[in-house]
Design a protein around this ligand. Structure first.
Ligand code: ATP
Ligand code: MG
Length: 251
């Protein structure tokens, strides 16, 4: 363990997935987040002050027009980018207080990501890609591969385990990315249009799987989506507009 990890208080045995995050505690919190992109004279104020608390096991849809800032918000929530101001708190830990290594560990332990573009590793097979987050955690290779294969089976890719991303269709790659995000049963999955490239039937299969995991494992879901059927299945629907996030229904 290097000093930055030790200083952050995120020790090797300090697993956030086994840590008791109580029902009422937010697994993920945004506090007055702002994001301004500045490139030369071009300035884009994308987020103007976002407050959000995602509780354990909660499912949240983030909707909004193209360019509203959904991906920007998800990147900040996942610690992939830093806010201009404000804070993100994951499992009780502030990203701003962690060094790069500790932040990476926390992300591996507590989060699953489904990006707008899949980001699979091109030189590895589907089953290796899905097993990867478990191997990073220190699971045995045979166990990681078995769990990865079982999940790929559930997203309908049991017959494509050895295919590399370049040998899969766009929708198959997306399903593989979904399996990779879910395989660790994280506290929270962040998904950027996870069903965006899929036909209706496959999309339904993929989001049913996400909702099943949400129910079984208490994994919270925060999904940016243009899919109104998926949004309708979530506990809360929040709309990004004018740099702010507003609740659209609370039923
Ligand atoms: N790296 C960047 N530099 C400058 N501007 C950026 C950058 N990334 C995003 N933006 C701008 O921020 C705004 C929000 O982008 P973002 O990707 O968050 O939108 P979105 O809601 O995810 O849209 P979509 O539904 O099309 O995916 C856009 O106007 C975009 O041009
Ligand atoms: Mg986007």
């Amino acid at each position: 363990m290097n000093d930055r990890v030790r200083d952050s208080g995120l020790g090797a045995r300090d697993s956030v997935t086994t840590r008791d995050v109580s029902k009422s505690e937010a697994v993920l919190r945004a506090e007055d987040l702002t994001k301004t992109y500045q490139e030369g004279k071009l300035r884009a104020e994308v987020l103007l002050g976002i407050d959000l608390a995602v509780r354990r096991g909660e499912s949240v849809a983030v909707i909004g027009a193209s360019g509203a800032g959904k991906s920007t918000l998800l990147h900040l929530l996942g610690g992939l980018d830093t806010p201009t101001s404000g804070e993100v708190v994951l499992a009780g830990r502030r990203f701003s207080a962690l060094g790069d290594a500790a932040r990476g560990r926390l992300r591996n332990e507590a989060l699953g990501f489904i990006y707008q573009f899949h980001h699979l590793l091109p030189e590895f097979s589907a089953v290796e890609n899905v097993a990867f987050p478990l191997l990073i955690r220190g699971n045995a290779v045979s166990d990681a591969r078995a769990q990865a294969a079982a999940l790929l089976q559930r997203v309908g890719l049991g017959h494509r385990l050895q295919h590399k991303p370049g040998e899969l269709s766009g929708g198959e790659r997306q399903r593989c990315a979904v399996a990779r995000a879910l395989v660790t049963k994280p506290l929270c999955v962040l998904g950027d249009e996870p069903t965006g490239n899929l036909d209706e039937r496959t999309a339904r299969g993929v989001y049913e799987l996400m909702l099943e995991l949400n129910r079984e494992s208490g994994t919270a879901l925060v999904l940016a989506t243009h899919d109104s059927r998926l949004a309708a299945r979530m506990d809360r629907v929040l709309e990004m507009s004018g740099g702010r996030l507003a609740e659209t229904r609370t039923d």
